[in-house]
Design a protein around this ligand. Structure first.
Ligand SMILES: NC(=O)c1ccc[n+]([C@@H]2O[C@H](COP(=O)([O-])OP(=O)(O)OC[C@H]3O[C@@H](n4cnc5c(N)ncnc54)[C@H](OP(=O)(O)O)[C@@H]3O)[C@@H](O)[C@H]2O)c1
Length: 358
């Protein structure tokens, strides 16, 4: 049995859905040889709590949802420790009997991927594994963090960073040995796809964007979606992991959808083409270029068929031609599942490295 202590840095929508999923799947995880408990949770405005004997994670989630502070659960008196301080403190009392796993789910910072990247770095340096749904660390510092994890013999997993629970990184890592990814293209941002589809149907840009905000699907700052920043961060993350690009979102050539009009989108549709915000990255002659921009696609292109919040990614490979993953429905449960699948991957890898049959 692998015993894990989970430390949450960020305890928002994704983390709270994840702890509920963990409870529902407790018996299943035990059958897979994983016994877990939550030992700490840090937030920005709701306080921080740690208890080395284990916390009741669902009660923590309910407290945050009721608008309370987590301080009342703070048996270990970590007080107002920052994410990095909390990680370092918990790592100091780490024992061989239990693996320490940091779940990084703070908000995306598009300027530099911080403080998430510092959280991941601190965790790996102090002997913890990391699972994240935050695009920031992978989009800004993938090669450094990956090499840090390898040197430290720890796991750095990030399946939820792009397309929620769709197993993009797992697919490539686990099932495509020796296949080279040469390029990729996709529709990766749900909000802009929803707005563009709504405009084709005659709805106003602002009205459909407001609907995505009300549903909690658009970023709190919707300009991150509209200006293509979220798609650029996902493109950089994919290019870094799959094409060894070593780029940041700022190096992705980027045009958003803010200048598009309903008339323009409908005129394209009348001419048999559909406007999509397309992410592309390609490796040519050893160099990777990446861009995000609206494109008019022929209606029979797979990406043109995506409606509303649907996403898809097409990989260009050397041995299998083009492969595609389509996400027909995404959201919090799917992202929580990405974290859960990373936990199972982590346990499997740790056991393999210990020479125990998975
Ligand atoms: N929502 C989705 O469907 C989805 C899908 C894929 C990936 N993601 C990614 O997953 C991450 C989490 O998303 P979410 O929807 O759960 O966001 P959220 O609900 O806004 O939660 C963010 C959490 O991070 C905390 N936080 C922010 N800055 C912090 C800091 N410096 N130190 C400690 N805690 C900090 C917040 O605390 P306070 O609440 O106290 O401010 C909150 O608990 C984001 O990076 C997002 O891009 C989300």
């Amino acid at each position: 049995m692998l015993r894990v202590d989970l430390v949450f840095v960020g305890f928002g929508n994704v983390a709270r859905r994840f702890v509920r999923l963990l409870e529902v799947r407790r018996a299943d995880l035990a059958r897979r040889g994983i016994e877990w408990r939550v030992v700490a949770a840090a937030t920005r405005r709701h306080g921080t709590a740690a208890n080395s004997e284990g916390l009741d994670a669902v009660r923590l989630a309910e407290a945050v949802e009721a608008g309370w502070s987590l301080h009342g659960f703070d048996a270990d008196r970590v007080g107002s420790a920052s994410g990095v301080q909390l990680i370092e403190r918990l790592a100091e009392r780490r024992t061989e009997a239990r693996e320490l796993v940091v779940l990084e789910t703070t908000v995306l910072d598009i300027a530099a991927g911080q403080p998430a990247t510092d959280h991941v770095r601190a965790a790996l340096r102090s002997g913890a594994h990391v699972i994240t749904a935050n695009k920031g660390p992978v989009a800004f510092a993938f090669s450094e963090l990956e090499s840090l994890a390898r040197t430290a013999g720890r796991q750095f997993l990030y399946e939820g960073a792009v397309m929620d629970g769709i197993p993009i990184f797992n697919l490539v890592r686990e099932t495509l040995p020796s296949v080279q990814i040469q390029g990729l293209r996709g529709v990766l941002n749900s909000t802009t796809n929803f707005v563009l589809t709504a405009m084709e149907r005659g709805r106003e840009f602002g009205e459909s964007l407001a609907e995505m905000q009300a549903a909690g699907i658009a970023e709190a700052d919707a300009s991150l979606d509209v200006d293509g920043w979220d798609a650029a961060a996902k493109t950089a993350a994919l290019a870094n992991v799959l094409l060894d690009a070593r780029i940041t979102p700022q190096e992705v050539e980027r045009t958003g959808i803010g200048h598009l009009t309903g008339e323009g989108v409908r005129a394209a549709a009348a001419a048999g083409r559909r406007v999509k915000l397309v992410s592309r990255a390609v490796r040519r002659d050893g160099r990777v270029t990446a861009r995000v921009a609206p494109e008019e696609l022929p209606q029979d292109d797979l990406l043109a068929t995506l409606r509303d919040q649907q996403n898809a990614l097409v990989f260009e490979t050397d041995l299998l031609g083009d492969l595609s993953m389509v996400q027909l429905g995404g959201g919090l449960t799917q992202t929580a599942y990405a974290l859960l699948s990373d936990l199972v991957t982590l346990a499997r890898t740790v056991r393999r490295s210990e020479g125990v049959r998975p």
